[in-house]
Write a new protein. Structure first.
Length: 129
């Protein structure tokens, strides 16, 4: 119970650690990548594009991985994402959402198969019967 109260008061410490690690990785990027990442970050949170149940962390970590690899190869940021950055972000968000949808469908299928195989439908609420 104390853990629940603590999480409610200060938030999830693991999520905060993950966020701080993400910020450190962004800060280590070359200036043009860092600037672009921060603008994309603001765009994503302003539009809500790509923000799934993890708060967009998957999208941002994937983007940081991509930026780190591209910067290591000496590529310019606009050469890899194009001049229509909004379209790039929308496509990236769509790919992230598609993966999340796939995971959601797989989870639902596995749970449904488990309970249907055992002949147990008691897990359903009365409104779902």
């Amino acid at each position: 119970m104390f853990d629940s109260i603590l999480k409610l008061m200060i938030g999830d410490m693991e999520a905060k650690r993950g966020y701080k690690q993400m910020v450190k990785r962004v800060d280590a990027l070359p200036e043009d990548y860092r600037f672009t990442f921060r603008k994309i970050y603001k765009y994503v949170y302003t539009t809500g594009a790509g923000i799934g149940s993890d708060g967009g962390i998957t999208l941002f970590v994937d983007l940081i991985d991509f930026f780190e690899a591209s910067a290591a190869e000496g590529k310019q940021v606009l050469d890899i994402i194009g001049k229509d950055v909004g379209a790039f972000v929308d496509e990236l968000a769509s790919a992230t959402a598609s993966h999340a949808e796939y995971l959601r469908e797989t989870m639902n299928k596995n749970i449904t198969e488990k309970f249907n195989k055992n002949g147990d439908s008691s897990w359903r609420t009365s409104s779902n019967k």
